[in-house]
Design a binder for this molecule. Structure first.
Ligand code: BV8
Length: 224
């Protein structure tokens, strides 16, 4: 393995796009058909629990029809070749796990988990939340205005890494979009791999533009 032995990766919806999972902000993206705050905020859930549960039920069911793509597998290979690797994902799908990645931080939660609204109990769940449970079991997803998960572990990973990769995110959501600053201030090389440049591209030392399933494996091959 080359000169980078401690790698922190941030992924967003773009890495799963070629697996058939819609992104959020691209044309006919997920939010296009929904008002963000209606389906991804505690207020929206309180106001229209059926709409929110149907939105997440549909996305949870879709997990059974999609597969990881070469970008997910390339990251799992990279993890096996370095001494320290942290995969921070904004994605709530399970494609990184299914591709073989181990040290994953789902900072916005996971579609395959639901959380009891009274007890806080979290459990794995692969089905559809039924009508009678709409208010009892919510998706274990971080909505807008809610604190993200694993913040401490992520800040440590971003501050310790010598290479920070940002893959498939529009960098519009915080605190995720701000992690590059932590990595940069700690002296890491910061590289963006995305379909197109983003508002934060200037922060990065390098940008590799194109579809993740081609750009990510090629870039990782150049590292190994
Ligand atoms: C918080 C769960 C503290 C739902 C999500 C004003 C300024 C700054 C910040 C704020 C502000 N007002 C409010 C905030 C904070 C807010 C925020 O950032 N708002 C934004 C919209 C301005 N953040 C929060 O609320 C966070 N919590 O701050 O807590 C707090 C506490 C109390 C009160 C206040 C604050 C919580 C944010 C988490 C929200 N939940 N998801 C779900 O997933 O169902 S966010 C949602 O956006 C998804 O998780 C998604 O992952 C995330 C980011 O989107 P992307 O992954 O980047 O996807 P997107 O479609 O945008 O982009 C896709 C990219 O891929 C594109 O660039 C495209 O070019 C590229 N692409 C497409 N195809 C390909 C590709 N690349 C490669 N190959 C391809 N084939």
């Amino acid at each position: 393995m080359g000169k980078y032995q401690n790698i922190c990766v941030l992924t967003g919806a773009g890495i799963s796009a070629e697996s058939g999972i819609k992104t959020f902000r691209d044309a006919n993206g997920l939010w296009e058909n929904h008002d963000i705050m209606e389906v991804a905020s505690p207020e929206g859930y309180a106001d229209k629990p059926a709409l929110v549960q149907r939105f997440y039920n549909a996305r949870r069911m879709q997990l059974k029809e999609v597969e990881p793509n070469p970008a997910h597998y390339a990251l799992a290979k990279l993890e096996s070749m370095v001494s320290e690797f942290a995969l921070v994902t904004q994605n709530v799908d399970d494609l990184h796990e299914r591709a073989g990645c181990k040290n994953i931080f789902h900072m916005h939660g996971e579609l395959r988990k639901i959380r009891h609204t009274k007890t806080g109990e979290v459990k794995y769940f692969e089905g559809e939340v039924s009508k009678e449970d709409y208010l009892l079991w919510r998706p274990d997803i971080v909505w807008f205005g809610e604190n993200v998960k694993y913040m401490e572990e992520i800040q440590i990973a971003a501050s310790k890494c010598d290479l920070f990769l940002c893959i498939g995110t529009s960098n519009q959501v915080y605190p995720a979009a701000g992690f590059v600053q932590i990595a940069k201030e700690s002296g890491a090389r910061c590289i963006e791999l995305n379909m197109e440049s983003t508002a934060l591209s200037a922060y990065y030392d390098e940008s590799h533009l194109g579809p993740a399933s081609a750009v990510v494996p090629d870039f990782i091959k150049s590292l190994l």
